[in-house]
Design a protein around this ligand. Structure first.
Ligand code: COA
Length: 288
């Protein structure tokens, strides 16, 4: 295991992460852990700024092939920190508040959604409010059956803001989304699977192993094409059919042209000439 404590990337003496977020890279998986267990990993400014630094570093780190985001202790995350993210910044200078909110949107949404490597949310426990943004911005999600989810904002007099309502509207059906937005009722991992919020729900004892298995599946694929595939998915959602067709043809050509391992040619050679694999059932054998 490589323990990554953030020392190499710091322009000054302060570590860019390690106090509120820890990183450990093992067998290609970067385990990124929100680390405020005593506060149920509520997202404070420390987590916001450290996560931005972590994502920058993981983008460049060749040992990190797949990112798994999880929480220390009994929570995934209890959402935005009501004191340090809302009460104190709301009462402070407006410019500082704007900077914090912008940095939060950067990691929870813009960076994660288009992150060049696959991302998996491993929901180990409590997952509330702003944590939905993190969960939904990850490409895939695995939950513990015992995890507890909730859009609790209505219980303390606000709407699910940041970009939570938009995130929820992207992945949940309208009846379900409005039900949980308006009641604040909690649900478990199995229900999260039914609602389309996570891909897989397993007993907590199996959570890590199941997440590793999913990450290993992703690591067998061509990373350049994985990146292009997820980017294309997000872009075409907002396009007309005509635009999407044009964009996808151009994106496909660009991907084939720029793919350093020329995956399409390797795959075709192995299937058509060597007859060494079947693309419907497995990945081509990467040569690099
Ligand atoms: N913001 C700030 N602090 C939070 C927090 C949040 N979102 N969630 C938990 N904490 C803090 C608590 O204030 C408490 O701090 P203290 O020890 O200094 O008193 C500590 O974390 C432990 O919380 P506690 O409520 O005692 O833990 P629990 O295990 O009994 O309950 C929760 C866990 C998640 C159900 C409960 O903490 C909770 O409802 N949190 C708020 C969730 C929420 O509405 N989030 C939406 C924010 S967008």
């Amino acid at each position: 295991m490589t323990a990554s404590d953030g020392t190499h990337a710091s322009p000054d003496t302060r570590k860019p992460w390690g106090e509120f977020v820890t990183v450990a890279i093992e067998d290609g998986i970067a385990w990124i852990t929100l680390n405020r267990p005593e506060k149920r990993n509520a997202i404070n400014p420390g987590i916001v700024y450290e996560m931005n630094a972590v994502l920058d570093a993981m983008e460049e780190n060749d040992e990190a092939k797949v990112l798994v985001i999880t929480g220390a202790g009994e929570a995934f995350s209890a959402g935005q920190d009501l004191k340090e993210y809302f009460r104190i910044p709301d009462a402070g200078p407006p410019l500082e508040r704007e900077r914090l909110y912008r940095a939060n949107a950067a990691w929870q949404w813009r960076r994660m959604m288009y992150f060049p490597k696959p991302t998996i949310a491993m929901v180990n426990g409590w997952c509330f409010g702003g944590a939905f943004q993190v969960l939904i911005a990850c490409d895939l999600a695995v939950a513990a059956d015992e995890a507890v989810f909730g859009l609790s904002e209505i219980n303390w007099g606000i709407i699910p803001a940041g970009i939570v309502t938009k995130s929820v509207a992207e992945v949940m059906r309208q009846r379900d989304a409005l039900y949980y937005i308006m009641t604040g009722e909690t649900f478990d991992g199995k229900r999260a699977k039914e609602l389309g919020l996570v891909n897989i729900s397993v007993p907590r004892a199996e959570l890590r192993e199941r997440t590793i298995k999913l990450a290993q599946t992703l690591m067998e694929k061509n990373p350049f094409v994985l990146r292009a595939a997820k980017t294309a998915y997000h872009h075409v959602k907002a396009m007309s059919w005509e635009s999407a067709f044009e964009y996808l043809m151009a994106k496909s050509d660009a991907t084939k042209y720029r793919d350093p391992e020329k995956g399409d040619q390797v795959g075709m050679k192995q299937f058509l000439d060597e007859k060494s694999y079947r693309p419907g059932l497995e990945s081509y054998k990467r040569e690099s």
